[in-house]
Design a protein around this ligand. Structure first.
Ligand code: SF4
Ligand code: SF4
Length: 153
């Protein structure tokens, strides 16, 4: 769950000596914006459901994220604008197991008219539009592909 715009910034720092954490961060960034799931030029796979059984939740810091968002965007949003709760989500995708578990909620709303069902905050350029204030779930998430890569470091 990364942002291409940040990669440019980070790329400029590549000439500086890197410690282990910085190397790990660079590998994560490169993978997420250029080689997501090990596919060249693929980005932000975990910001979309696509045809997988996948839900972007639970968002444990939902209220805090909503607060950050409303501070940034001048109190524009209510909880339901941003999040889906179990009662609604379980009916939206009845054939997807991950949407049938109450523990996976609240989840981030998706772009329902997008064939890839991207998160509402993912732009057409595959950038997270709330990157600096994104939920903890997004900040901490490592998919299986990325976990394996990071374990090699
Ligand atoms: S964590 Fe995995 S799925 Fe998500 S953007 Fe990074 S490589 Fe892609
Ligand atoms: S909030 Fe940002 S990082 Fe999290 S799923 Fe949505 S687009 Fe991806």
């Amino acid at each position: 769950m990364y942002n291409k715009a940040v990669t440019v910034e980070k790329g400029l720092r590549m000439s500086e000596p890197l410690d282990a954490k910085a190397i790990r961060d660079e590998v994560i960034h490169y993978t997420c914006v250029s080689n997501c799931f090990g596919k060249r030029d693929n980005a932000a796979g975990c910001c979309k459901m696509a045809d997988r059984d996948f839900i972007i939740g639970p968002i444990d810091d939902a209220q805090e994220f909503l607060k950050r968002l409303n501070t940034r965007d001048k109190a524009k949003y209510k909880f339901d604008d941003i999040f889906i709760e179990y009662k609604e989500g379980s009916k939206l995708f009845p054939d997807k197991v991950s949407w049938q578990d109450p523990n996976h909620y609240p989840a981030l709303r998706l772009q329902m008219n997008d064939p890839e069902f991207a998160c509402n905050f993912l732009s057409e350029k595959q950038e997270c539009t709330v990157y600096g204030i994104r939920p903890k779930t997004c900040r901490n998430y490592l998919c299986e592909h990325l976990k394996k890569l990071v374990d090699l470091l």
